[in-house]
Design a protein. Sequence first.
Length: 223
Amino acid sequence: MSTERRGKADGQTPSRAPNRLDRRKARTRAALIAAAQGFLAEQGRTDVSIQEITEAADVGFGSFYNHFTSKDELFDAAVALTLEEHGVLLESAVEDLKDPAEIFAASVRLTGRLRRTHTQIARILVRTGMPYLTSGNGLAPRAMRDLQAAADSGRLDIDDPHTAVAMVGGALLGVLHLLETRPDLDAAQVSDQLACRLLRMFGMTRAEAQEITARPLPSLPRT
């Protein structure tokens, strides 16, 4: 049975393959978001003109309003995409780990290393600031899940996952900011120290926390 007939038999409208116009629109939108990410990462700026954004994206000025109603909407989309990219990177890296405590620690250790491995993402996370801690994208919901799993399994002592995520996120933002301003520091060492301290804060012994944070780390996929 053809796709069209099968769709009709199922009572559903067959999905349409993207045509050349759809692909061009997708490329333009992606270019605008990438330009916004660049302004955020390199300059920490959102007070740029639409002309500056379209020039950086190498698209026509009029194309902007085919995709976004305002600069705020564009920068919100740029931040949301960055947070989701971060979350997907972490999930891909830790997917083979089984211990919830190790998954949590590895996510912290890898995030601290972003300044060296994925500089743009690290800088945007720092620029995003406190909203990062309660975002529905990125590390926050995944940390909530991993911390809850670690608590349910008895690996970590956590009273309230929401408070725990705020503690973890605040500490991570502080470390990312420190590494941004102190490039001479060893990002791996600082990140591992943070993960160890967080595990101990959540009830793990020093010896076990040190052992977990000394384990080999999976690599983050390149973007």
